[in-house]
Design a protein around this ligand. Structure first.
Ligand code: LMR
Length: 334
């Protein structure tokens, strides 16, 4: 087991140093622009997007080409990005499931604190009938979900050590564009400040906010931990993604091309989702190696966080629907 973990880590270390995904598109090729906001290397989404582009550019050469724009170089995951997608100026993106509030409230299920025990439960829920149905929740607004991509569990950090929920009280935490996450911070007596991902590092450095919540891969690749008094391994929520395209663009592709692109996406999704957990564990190790502090919670401390945050569910049950929440809960024990 140990040897296997080591070989995965070595494999990941190699992957951290690979991938470049900007293609030269030839005239006549279907140009697919893919926008995301995270790092290319050392990140589940960054690596999956780069791998997708590599395969598209190789296997669909002459018919289609893909250019990936990471690090919010083209768009932040905001209204402008969605507008570009719907208008046809952008073909694909993979925003976090917390960023679809303007289109559907049902995705709020993914933000409920302490709902999913681990990324395997998230995978089971996404693959269930209910989870697959959610991918189509925005089709009327012209957006199709094509695949779920994993990142991982969220961890919390601040300018002071967080051991018990009271430690967060009075602090400002950066959160994604989600009312659930604002409510979650309120339940701690803290303030949730919605902010674009690309602004988080500087906001932490300059003291506009004292804390944040994110996955190990985001906390490491964007160096958030450098401005925090350690990161607490809360595993209190998830960040996962929906690969999206505009319905008009996707359905307008020639059928053969759409099928092959869909198949490549399916295979890349399968291949890369398997690595998400290890990539995050590797990022946690890198934080420690670079002098960061990681705090583990004792059982009683974890329960105190859970008790403080669990009441948030009731506030959003009406938006999400009890059926969806129950299906998500069931994924923990399936
Ligand atoms: C965030 O805004 O923190 C995340 O959604 C960024 C990402 O894409 O992982």
């Amino acid at each position: 087991m140990k040897t296997r973990f080591l070989s995965v880590l070595i494999g990941l270390a190699v992957m951290f140093g690979s991938h470049s995904a900007v293609a030269q598109c030839d005239p006549g090729e279907e140009k697919i622009l893919f926008s995301h906001v995270v790092a290319t290397k050392g990140h589940p989404k960054g690596q999956a997007a780069a791998a997708l582009a590599d395969r598209v550019n190789l296997e669909l050469d002459g018919e289609a080409c893909m250019e990936v724009y990471p690090n919010a170089e083209l768009y932040s995951d905001d209204a402008t990005m969605f507008e570009a997608l719907i208008q046809g100026n952008l073909q694909m993106a993979a925003p976090s499931l917390s960023k679809f509030e303007d289109f559907t409230k049902v995705f709020r299920v993914f933000d409920l604190p302490f709902l999913f025990e681990d990324i395997h439960a998230v995978e089971r829920f996404q693959q269930s009938e209910v989870g697959q149905g959610l991918m189509l929740a925005m089709r009327r607004q012209g957006i199709l979900g094509l695949a779920y991509w994993h990142n991982g569990m969220k961890q919390m950090s601040a300018t002071q050590p967080l051991r018990r929920p009271e430690d967060a009280s009075g602090l400002r935490f950066r959160v994604q564009q989600s009312d659930v996450l604002v409510a979650q911070m309120e339940a701690l007596g803290a303030t949730g400040v919605k902010m674009a991902f690309r602004d988080v590092h500087d906001a932490l450095r300059d003291g506009q906010v004292e804390g944040q919540e994110n996955t190990w891969s985001n906390i490491f690749t964007k160096q958030f931990y450098r401005h925090q008094a350690g990161v607490t391994e809360t595993n209190h929520g998830i960040i996962d993604y929906l690969v999206v395209a505009s319905r008009r663009w996707w359905q307008g592709l020639p059928q053969g091309l759409r099928n092959r692109l869909g198949q490549i996406l399916l295979e890349v999704t399968h291949e890369h989702n398997r690595f998400a957990f290890e990539i995050n564990e590797f990022a946690k190790l890198k934080i420690l190696e670079n002098g960061g502090v990681v705090r583990r919670l004792r059982q009683a401390e974890r329960e105190a966080w859970l008790n403080a945050l669990r009441p948030v569910w009731a506030q959003f049950e009406g938006d999400i629907g009890a059926r969806v929440i129950q299906a998500a809960e069931r994924s923990n024990s399936d």
